[in-house]
Structure formats: structure tokens, C-alpha cells
Design a protein around this ligand. Structure first.
Ligand code: ZN
Length: 610
């Protein structure tokens, strides 16, 4: 099974790249662009920056202490995409591995002297994930042998003791290697890394131990905190350990941490991380739109966690969050040409950024850049989009469940279907049965789709040459399930209402009080200061139904707004609440948030004062 996550138990089984193929459409196009453009782009930059040369022994060594991991993430992307460049790159990596399995171009010679910042185990985690991808897509080869040898080295060196890594990821990597090889020590090693954390296992640092989730043991933590990517990778690994060891209490603990994090620490886009200084979560309801950090990698990690929880529990809320994050974080992270990337994803940008042609030394999120000093996000995007078909659907005990709508073919749960849809631009999804079969087909109805309808159109048959008319019924959010048996040609049609809707923040989110945002389907919209737009700094939107504009394949929206009357009185406070002079009526164009920043430097805002 060609799948990044393959639990041995759970309510749903994932369907892998061998079971789901996407055709042209929102995601199918991105998978193709990723394979044809983004993967080569990443390799070119890693070569140019010397990070691949580090494995050839070129000196001085270049890049940050964790740059090896970028080559591993790229190898993982290549494995999922069956990219022809993989064997040659894997060969370069293999040559740098030491006899006992140790492999790190930065710390060779001074091994394991800095667990807080050294990232050695983190790098192995990504190497092992690449190895797992290759094993599942191709079978044993030099890359998988390097990964297994490194994992064996880690088990020998770390099975006893109390050490762990400042940056989690090896936990989920080792569990996945256990799943693919059946070698129990990998699972046991992952379990021990999880249990050691928070004892504490690492030194205190100026950011505090919460930065790397070493402040309290995983079983006592109430919420995700600290560095967002670290927190989400760790939680993903904890779910994997809980599922494979049958530890229901541990699974429940992560579910409750997730729930509070979603309720209080997540931006409308699904982005996580409110603080730039340490790339971390803020306190509950600390969700400033302009200072939102929302690292692209944190979005990806959140999709990884939600996907694992969905498989374990079958609860649709995890798929809903994954969808929000796929469309508004993953799709935002990469430019429409596949060659530049966001690192941070704020919901408001006050000053247009200056274009960066080469390496962006900052990561503030005003314009996408071709590369960064810390280039975790581009490679993370590449490996995630390369494996994206594996997130689309799952098999349940009684048949097939479709979580995310993309045109393509799905085989699983004893059924074969073809999905056709223009989603997310329209809400019509057709699922046509390709072969006779039994079992139930479940289609996810997102929480925002209160008035969705479903119809079952039977195929015509010799006995009844005219198909019976479709029976249309309303369906509620959750999985709308249709019973078989099925004949080839049967069709289910799901209609999701795509009327644009205003969304208001919880009043406890101080930074958003008095504002509203517009969503349509799974997409969050924003205003971008290009062309004939009014300036975005002094606007009040009117909460009236937005007008839709279909521009090529994309749906843009227009809302009525009032432009402020200009300068104040030299002091931005007043004895009068909400006192302001009459402004001018303007029309404000909104575009999907994931498309912003593709037309040059601009200001942008998701939340509009009302
Ligand atoms: Zn990143």
C-alpha cells in the first residue's frame, strides 16, 4: 500500500497512491505541477546552496545544522512522485553514512553533543520517512537500506537512557518503519521517545521547555503549545504510538489537546502559530491576524495530525479541519507557478513586501520566495503534494468513504468509483460506480454545508431501460452514506451549497473584535491591494451578501464597503465609541486567500472591520 500513514487498526483504513489517482482539477493540477516543477526547483536550490554537496564531503560545510533533512524530504517527495532523480541523489546520501549507521553532515566527529538544537534525530526522522516512502512505492533499494541502517543505529544508541531530540519527528517515522517492516524495536524506540519527553529530557532554554514540549509529559499536557511544528509532529507521533500499542488513554489525551487547540489557538485558515519570535502557539484566543505566523510546515503538520485522528476515530471533524488547512494553508504555501513559497502565512499584511529573487533571509510572509535560509517549507510542500492522493479517501468496514473532493478514480472498500467535480469553485460532486459491487459509499458533508443534498441515480438496465428518477434528499454535515448494492454506471450526486458566507470571530479573540471575514465553500477569502482596489487600511465592510464574479475558473467576490474619511485629529482615541465621519461607498474585491501574492507586492487582509 503506497501510503505515508498506514495504521494497523482504526475506524478507517487509508487508501494510497496505488488506489487513488487524480485527474486534472484543483488538486490534480497541483500534483502534476509539483512533480514537474517544484521537485526540480528544490533540488536545484539544494545543490546551489551546497546542502547536497555536504553529503559529497565538500568543505566548508554549508547550511544550517538541519539542512540534511531538506534533502531527505526531497527524497520522500521523489519517492511518492516516482521521480527519476531519486536513485542518483540517494547514492550521494548513502556515501556519507558511517559504518555504524550514523549519518549527519554537521555533527560527524562531535556526535550527540547538542540534543536541544542539534537536530540529529530529527534528520533521521526525515530520512526514515523517505525510506518508508521508497519501500512502499518501489521496494528495497540503496535509500531504504540507508534508512533502516540509521534506524538500527538509533535503536542501539538510544533504547536505554533518557535522551531525546529538541525537534520531534523521529517518533512518527519509527512507527511507520515498524508498520512497513514489522520490526518491533522501532515501535518500542518511538514509544520511549514519547514517554521521555517532559520528564524533562532536555535542558531549559530562553524560550522555556514548552518550546519543545518538554515542559510536561505528553500524558499530562492539556493543549498544543510551544513551537507549532514541533508540537504537531510530536502529537502525530503520539497518535501513531497510541494506535500501534492499543493505548486508548494516550489517544484520548491527544484528542482533547487537539480539541482545545482548535477551539482557541487556530486561525480561520487552519493556520497555527501566533508568535514570530519562537514560531509558537500563543495563549488561548491570542490570534492576531497581522502577527499570525502560521508556518506552512505547521499547516502541513496539522493535516498530518488530523489525518491520523480521522483514521483512528472516523470522526468527520478531523477531515473538516484537514480540508480547511489543505485549501487555505497548503495551497497558499506555493505560488501558482510552483517555484516560490510562503514560510509564514499571516492573515493581514500592512506593507507590500520587496520581491526576493534569491534566498530570503527572513520568513515574514509578505511575498513568496524561491528559497529560504531555513527551507523546511518548500520541501515539506513537495512531499505532501506528492502524496496528496493518499489523503482523499478511506475504506471503512462497510465500504468506501470520500473525505476530500477531487476529480479522479478511487478503488477501495470493495468499490471502484470515478469522481468528477469542479470543487472548490462549485459544489457539485458526481461519484460514478465503475464496477458492480456491494458496500456503502459515504461522502463527507462539511460542517459549513448545512443545506446539502444527495441523489442516487441508478444505471439503466435491460429490465428497466429507463432509469428511475433520482431521489434527492437533504443530508447533514458528517458522512452522508448511500447503501449498495451497486451496478456499474450508478451515480451519486452531492450538491454542496456554495453561497458565500460571512464569518464572525469569538469575542474573546481581542485582535479580531469588530471584524468579519468571508468564506465560500472551503475557501477563506481576502482583499488584496492590487489594481482598482480601494486602500485596505481604512475600510468598513458592510455585511451584505457578496456578489460572485467568475473569472476564468476562479470565483472572486465583491462586497460593499465604506472608505474612511481620511485623517483623524492627531490622536487615534476618542471619547465617542466607534466615532467616525461619513466615508465614501466603495466596492471591495475579494479573492481566495490561497491565491493572494501572485500578482506582485501588495497589502492584504482576511478580516475586514465592519
Ligand atoms: Zn517550514
Amino acid at each position: 500500500m503506497a501510503n505515508p500513514v498506514l495504521p494497523s487498526s482504526g475506524v478507517l483504513s487509508p487508501l494510497g497512491l496505488d488506489a487513488v489517482s487524480l485527474s486534472p482539477g484543483f488538486w490534480g493540477d497541483r500534483v502534476a505541477l509539483n512533480r514537474e516543477v517544484t521537485i526540480a526547483h528544490c533540488q536545484e536550490w539544494e545543490e546551489r546552496e551546497g546542502w547536497i554537496g555536504n553529503f559529497r564531503g565538500e568543505r566548508p560545510r554549508r547550511g544550517r545544522e538541519f539542512s540534511d533533512s531538506e534533502i531527505y524530504k526531497l527524497l520522500e517527495a521523489m519517492a511518492w512522485a516516482e521521480h527519476p532523480g531519486l536513485p542518483a541523489l540517494a547514492e550521494i546520501v548513502a556515501q556519507a553514512q558511517e559504518g555504524d549507521g550514523y549519518l549527519n553532515t554537521r555533527w560527524s566527529g562531535s556526535r550527540y553533543t547538542d540534543f536541544e538544537w542539534g537536530h540529529e534525530l530529527y534528520c533521521y526522522g526525515h530520512l526514515i520517512q523517505a525510506g518508508v516512502a521508497r519501500l512502499r512505492m518501489h521496494g528495497e533499494d540503496p535509500l531504504t537500506r540507508v534508512a533502516v541502517k540509521a534506524a538500527d543505529h538509533v535503536c542501539r544508541r538510544f533504547m536505554e537512557g533518557s535522551e531525546t531530540c529538541g525537534h520531534p519527528v523521529i517518533e512518527m517515522a519509527l512507527v511507520e518503519l515498524y508498520r512497513v517492516t514489522g520490526t518491533e524495536r522501532y515501535l518500542e524506540m518511538a514509544r520511549r521517545f514519547v514517554e521521555r519527553r517532559g520528564m524533562p529530557a532536555l535542558a531549559d532554554i530562553p524560550f522555556g521547555r514548552a518550546y519543545y514540549q518538554d515542559d510536561v509529559p505528553v500524558r499530562q499536557a492539556q493543549v498544543l503549545r510551544g513551537h507549532a511544528v514541533r508540537a504537531l509532529y510530536l502529537a502525530s507521533g503520539v497518535v501513531d504510538v497510541a494506535v500501534e500499542t492499543g493505548d486508548q488513554n494516550l489517544l484520548k489525551m491527544v484528542e482533547s489537546q487537539w480539541e482545545r487547540t482548535i477551539a482557541r489557538r487556530t486561525h480561520l485558515t487552519g493556520g497555527m502559530g501566533s508568535r514570530h519570535a519562537d514560531e509558537s502557539y500563543g495563549e488561548d484566543y491570542e490570534l492576531p491576524p497581522d502577527r499570525a505566523y502560521n508556518e506552512t510546515c505547521a499547516g502541513i503538520a496539522s493535516i498530518m495530525l488530523a489525518h491520523r485522528l480521522l483514521l483512528a476515530t472516523g470522526d468527520v471533524k478531523y477531515a473538516d479541519l484537514a480540508e480547511r488547512t489543505l485549501y487555505n494553508m497548503l495551497a497558499t504555501g506555493v505560488a501558482l507557478d510552483g517555484r516560490s513559497f510562503f514560510y509564514a502565512n499571516p492573515l493581514q499584511v500592512r506593507v507590500p513586501s520587496v520581491p526576493v529573487d534569491g534566498v530570503n533571509h527572513a520568513a515574514e510572509g509578505g511575498l513568496r520566495s524561491p528559497w529560504f535560509d531555513v527551507s523546511c517549507c518548500p520541501n515539506n510542500i513537495a512531499r505532501t503534494i506528492a502524496s496528496l492522493p493518499a489523503y482523499v479517501a478511506g475504506a471503512a468496514a462497510d465500504g468506501l468513504r470520500i473525505h476530500h473532493y477531487a476529480s479522479g478514480e478511487i478503488r477501495g472498500g470493495g468499490l471502484a468509483v470515478r469522481v468528477e467535480t469542479g470543487y472548490p469553485w462549485n459544489g457539485s460532486v458526481s461519484v460514478r460506480v465503475l464496477e458492480d459491487g456491494r458496500g456503502r459509499i459515504g461522502l463527507r458533508v462539511p460542517a459549513w454545508a448545512a443545506d446539502a443534498t444527495l441523489s442516487h441515480v441508478p444505471a439503466s438496465s435491460p429490465d428497466a431501460p429507463l432509469p428511475e428518477g433520482p431521489v434527492i434528499r437533504p443530508v447533514s454535515p458528517g458522512y452522508a452514506v448511500v447503501d449498495g448494492p451497486w451496478r456499474a454506471g450508478d451515480e451519486i450526486r452531492l450538491e454542496l451549497p456554495m453561497t458565500p458566507r460571512w464569518t464572525f470571530p469569538d469575542r474573546r479573540i481581542d485582535a479580531l473584535r469588530g471584524s468579519a471575514a468571508v468564506e465560500r465553500g472551503p475557501l477563506v477569502y481576502c482583499a488584496e491591494s492590487v489594481a482598482d482596489q480601494p486602500p485596505l487600511g481604512d475600510l468598513s465592510a458592510r455585511v451584505r451578501p457578496p456578489v460572485e464574479h467568475h473569472v476564468d475558473d476562479v470565483v472572486e467576490l465583491e462586497v460593499a464597503a465604506e472608505l474612511g474619511a481620511g485623517e483623524g485629529n492627531g490622536w487615534p482615541y476618542s471619547a465617542v465609541a466607534n466615532g467616525h465621519a461619513e466615508g465614501t461607498d466603495v466596492r471591495l474585491r475579494l479573492i481566495p486567500y490561497h491565491r493572494w501574492g501572485n500578482r506582485g507586492p501588495a497589502t492584504m487582509r482576511v478580516w475586514l472591520p465592519i
